[in-house]
Design a protein around this ligand. Structure first.
Ligand SMILES: CC(C)(COP(=O)(O)OP(=O)(O)OC[C@H]1O[C@@H](n2cnc3c(N)ncnc32)[C@H](O)[C@@H]1OP(=O)(O)O)[C@@H](O)C(=O)NCCC(=O)NCCS
Length: 184
């Protein structure tokens, strides 16, 4: 497999002002990718409404940016009223950038963010045919089970450590700089 590092992009968090870039990324997905992402066909309006909730508390979004444009996104959304805290993870990588390890890298960042926020369980849901997503989940030690045409994955992030907190902080600092450069 080729490696996304040769693309020269940047993996960083999306900041609140970048919701439109997130929305544009999802709108660029073709019908099949939208179906895989949302487990069903969705129209543009659905994506617009979905992105309007992207700044809710408990949401963390990472993107892989090329020339300031996110071509891949990993999202963690907290599941409300869960005690202890649980969250859902979803990934999208635009067609030309798949099978380069970007989805795997986004998943690792999301798991670290979940860990650092004391999320005790991460859920992933995808269609049974979605081999790539299942492979990524398996590589991160998720337990998978098949249910009525979908595959449900669950993994329990470890507790945070000073190192895991520090590493996210370091990435955030370089991410701010990249975001500022992208905004120029
Ligand atoms: C699922 C998705 C995010 C994966 O992103 P990606 O960047 O291509 O993923 P990666 O390159 O990190 O990993 C893909 C893995 O699938 C494997 N894979 C790809 N095609 C495969 C196939 N036909 N059979 C078995 N494994 C396959 C790759 O070898 C790789 O595994 P490896 O790293 O162990 O070799 C991307 O395909 C996507 O956006 N799909 C549409 C939206 C979607 O399905 N989202 C998930 C909803 S939760």
């Amino acid at each position: 497999m080729s490696d996304y590092h040769t693309l020269g992009g940047t993996l960083r968090k999306l900041w609140p002002g970048e919701v439109d870039a997130f929305k544009d990324h999802l709108l660029r997905l073709d019908a099949d990718a939208r179906r895989l992402r949302f487990c069903g066909l969705v129209r543009d309006q659905f994506i617009e409404d979905y992105c309007a909730t992207a700044q809710r508390l408990g949401t963390v979004i990472y993107g892989y940016f090329i020339d300031g444009v996110p071509v891949a996104v990993g999202e963690m959304r907290a599941l409300y009223d869960s005690q202890p805290s649980e969250a859902e993870v979803a990934l999208t990588v635009e067609k030309d950038y798949r099978d380069l390890g970007i989805g795997t890298a986004l998943m690792s960042r999301i798991i670290r963010s979940a860990r650092n926020r004391h999320v005790r369980r991460l859920h992933m849901i995808c269609l049974v045919e979605n081999i790539r997503m299942q492979q990524i989940a398996r590589k991160h030690k998720a337990q998978l089970r098949h249910m009525q045409g979908t595959t449900v994955g669950e993994l329990d992030p470890p507790y945070p450590t000073p190192l895991s907190l520090w590493l996210e902080n370091v990435d955030d600092n370089s991410g701010y700089v990249s975001a500022a450069i992208d905004a120029l």
